[in-house]
Design a protein around this ligand. Structure first.
Ligand SMILES: [Zn+2]
Length: 126
């Protein structure tokens, strides 16, 4: 697989920074949900004293869903994009091998696919 698109060092550094910042934001968001879960745990302890734990289990489920699959996926994509940046494979579509347009990378630095493949992948995921 050859890279025809030149990502110069300053550009790569800027994209890496953008990725790390986004990663930090997502991790902070996940941390927030974790703290939220411990608050729910406390409420649940109180609740447990007077009722069965079915409603509490439902609350746990909601907290778990609060950090969405989409955010989880984005975090995973960012990790992968950072790895690819290290291994010089960044900016190339993982599905078809085409260069991902720089304009797209600037908007979405964690993008692992070109727009066409992304649409196919998203369609497949529902
Ligand atoms: Zn593609």
């Amino acid at each position: 697989m050859t890279t025809t698109q030149k990502l110069d060092l300053p550009r790569r550094a800027a994209l890496r920074t953008a990725l790390l910042q986004r990663q930090e934001t997502l991790l902070a968001s996940m941390h927030l949900h974790t703290q939220g879960a411990s608050r729910v745990q406390h409420a649940r302890d109180v609740l447990d004293q007077s009722s069965d734990d079915a409603p509490a289990r439902a609350a746990d489920r909601e907290i778990d869903l609060a950090f969405t699959d989409h955010e989880r996926q984005e975090l995973a994509d960012i990790g992968l994009a950072l790895q690819r940046l290290d291994h010089d494979a960044y900016g190339v579509c993982i599905d078809c091998g085409a260069d991902i347009p720089l304009a797209r990378l600037e908007v979405r630095p964690q993008a692992l696919r070109c727009l066409a493949c992304e649409q196919v992948a998203e369609g497949a995921n529902g």
